[in-house]
Design a protein around this ligand. Structure first.
Ligand SMILES: [Fe+2]
Length: 452
C-alpha cells in the first residue's frame, strides 16, 4: 500500500464521525527544521466541539501531481467566547530551492491550490527579507505594497516582529480571523515568521500561540516529538543563507504576572544559540536578532521607555527578578558579547535607524563615511510602522544616536548582496512605495569589527 492510500484510510477512520461542514482558510506557512521542511497552518473558525479532527496536506512539484502527503493535527482553541480550530502539518522530504504546490483536504472539502518555493540550504545563497512590526487588521497600510513586492518575487521570508492583528483576540477572535485572511495571499506563499508583541499578551499569549507555528528546536531537532511539542512561538532561531536569525520575546520582561522563569529560560536559549552561531560563523557570518520592543527608544508616552535616558532598562540592562536584587538577563551585553550584527525591533510606530551603538556610545564608522561599513557596534533598526490602528506617537528628546527617522507607514527590505554585504531599504507606503532610506551594511570577516 502506498503512503497516500494509507493516509487516506487513516483520515477516513478519524473523520467518519464528523458531520460538521468545515472551512479551510487563513492558510499560512512557516519554516520547518530546515529547507527540506515546511509547516502549513490554517484555521477553521466555526465553533467545533473539542474533538480531534485530522486533515491532509497533499503536495508535489507540479500542480497536477500531489505525490506527497502530510497529516495535519488539529488543536481546538477556546477562550471566553472565542472558539476555533487550528490545523498544522509538517511537510517533509522537500527538495531545497524547489517550487511546490499544495492543497488541503479536510473532510469532504478541498482547498484551492497554493504554492511556495523552498529556501536554499547553501550558506552562500543570498536571501531577501521583508521585516516589520505592528501591522494589524484595521489600517493595515503596508499590505498592498507588500503584496506587490511578493508578486514581483522580491522576498524569500517575511518577518513580522510582534503586534500582529490589533488584537488577535478582539471581537471573539474575529479580528484575528480577518487579519489571517488578509495576509493569506502572501503568507501561504512565503514563510511568515513571527515573535510576540504586547498586543499578543491577552490570556497569556494563548491566542498568538494557537495561530502560529514556529519550530523551537531547529538547531537541535527532536523529530521524535510531535509537531505541537516542538513549537515555540516566543523564541526560535533559524539559519538562512549567510545569516543566523534569532527571534525572541521582549514581552516576557513586561508581563511577569504570567511568570518569571521564562525570562531565564529564553536567556539561556539565546546564549546557547549565539555560541552555536559563533562556532558556525565562518559559514554564516551574520547574526541578526528580532524582538518587539527596542532597547533604545524614541517613543514618548510609553511607560516601558525611560524618557530621561531613552532606553528600556529591563531589556537593555536587565530585570530585577521578582522586583528585587541586581538586574539580570540584560540583552545589550549579551548581544554585544556574541557579536550580533543587526537588531530589528517594532513597537514604536515609525522607522528609526540608529548609528551603531553600545552602552550609549555611538560609532560613526572608521573605514569610510558609512557608519555601517565595518560597524564598531551593533546596528539597531526600529521598523514598527507597517500599519496599526493607533496613531503615530510623538518623537521627543531625539538623541544624537538616532541617525534617521520618519513617520511614513512602511516596511523594511533586507537584501543580501554577497556574503559580507547587506542592503537595507525602508519602503514608504505614504509615498507609494518610494525607498526613503537605504544603507549598506558591510564587513570583511565573519566576526564584527568590535569583537576581539
Ligand atoms: Fe507594541
Amino acid at each position: 500500500m502506498n503512503k497516500i492510500s494509507m493516509i487516506t484510510i487513516l483520515l477516513a477512520a478519524t473523520c467518519c464521525c464528523l458531520s460538521l461542514v468545515h472551512g479551510i482558510e487563513q492558510v499560512h506557512i512557516s519554516l520547518g527544521t530546515n529547507a527540506t521542511e515546511m509547516i502549513v497552518t490554517w484555521t477553521e473558525p466555526q465553533k467545533h466541539t473539542d474533538i480531534d479532527i485530522d486533515a491532509v496536506v497533499y503536495y508535489g512539484r507540479a500542480s497536477s501531481s500531489f505525490d506527497q502527503a502530510a497529516i495535519a493535527k488539529s488543536e481546538y482553541f477556546k477562550d471566553d467566547e472565542t472558539k476555533y480550530t487550528t490545523f498544522r502539518a509538517l511537510l517533509t522530504g522537500l527538495e531545497s530551492d524547489t517550487q511546490y504546490h499544495y492543497k488541503i483536504q479536510l473532510d469532504d472539502k478541498e482547498s484551492s491550490i497554493f504554492a511556495f518555493k523552498t529556501l536554499k540550504l547553501d550558506e552562500n545563497w543570498l536571501p531577501r527579507f521583508a521585516i516589520y512590526g505592528d501591522l494589524g487588521y484595521v489600517n493595515e497600510q503596508s499590505l498592498p505594497y507588500l503584496k506587490k513586492d511578493v508578486e514581483k518575487n522580491m522576498f524569500d521570508v517575511i518577518f513580522h516582529i510582534g503586534d500582529i492583528a490589533y488584537d488577535l483576540h478582539d471581537e471573539n477572535g474575529e479580528v484575528g480571523n480577518n487579519f489571517m485572511r488578509s495576509i493569506e495571499s502572501i503568507a501561504s506563499k512565503i514563510p511568515y515568521m513571527t515573535c510576540p508583541g504586547n498586543h499578543e499578551r491577552h490570556s497569556n499569549f494563548s491566542h498568538y500561540d494557537s495561530r502560529f507555528s514556529m519550530i523551537g528546536d531547529r538547531s537541535q531537532p527532536n523529530h521524535q516529538d510531535s509537531l505541537d511539542k516542538r513549537i515555540n512561538n516566543h523564541f526560535h532561531s533559524m539559519e538562512i543563507g549567510p545569516a543566523t536569525i534569532i527571534m525572541f520575546s521582549t514581552e516576557y520582561y513586561y508581563y511577569t504576572y504570567y511568570g518569571w522563569e521564562q525570562i531565564e529560560r529564553q536567556y539561556r536559549f539565546l546564549e546557547k544559540e549565539l555560541i552555536r552561531a559563533n562556532e558556525n560563523r565562518n559559514k554564516r557570518p551574520w547574526i541578526i536578532v528580532m524582538g518587539h520592543r527596542p532597547l533604545y527608544c524614541l517613543k514618548m508616552g510609553d511607560s516601558s521607555c525611560d524618557h530621561q535616558t531613552m532606553e528600556r532598562p529591563e531589556i537593555r540592562q536587565g530585570i530585577r527578578m521578582h522586583d528585587q536584587g541586581e538586574r539580570q538577563y540584560g540583552l545589550e551585553d549579551l548581544f554585544h558579547k556574541y557579536g550580533v550584527d543587526i537588531q530589528f525591533y517594532g513597537h514604536e510606530h515609525f522607522y528609526a535607524r540608529m548609528f551603531p551603538i553600545y552602552k550609549y556610545q555611538m560609532y560613526k564608522g572608521k573605514q569610510s563615511d558609512n557608519p555601517y561599513d565595518h560597524a564598531d557596534g551593533p546596528i539597531h533598526i526600529t521598523t514598527g510602522s507597517a500599519g496599526n490602528k493607533e496613531i503615530h506617537p510623538l518623537f521627543n528628546h531625539l538623541k544624537e544616536w538616532v541617525a534617521h527617522h520618519f513617520y511614513d507607514y512602511g516596511y523594511t527590505r533586507l537584501i543580501f548582496e554577497n556574503q559580507y554585504r547587506i542592503r537595507l531599504q525602508q519602503v514608504s507606503d505614504d509615498q507609494h512605495g518610494k525607498v526613503l532610506d537605504e544603507i549598506e551594511i558591510i564587513k570583511s570577516s565573519p566576526q564584527p569589527h568590535w569583537m576581539p
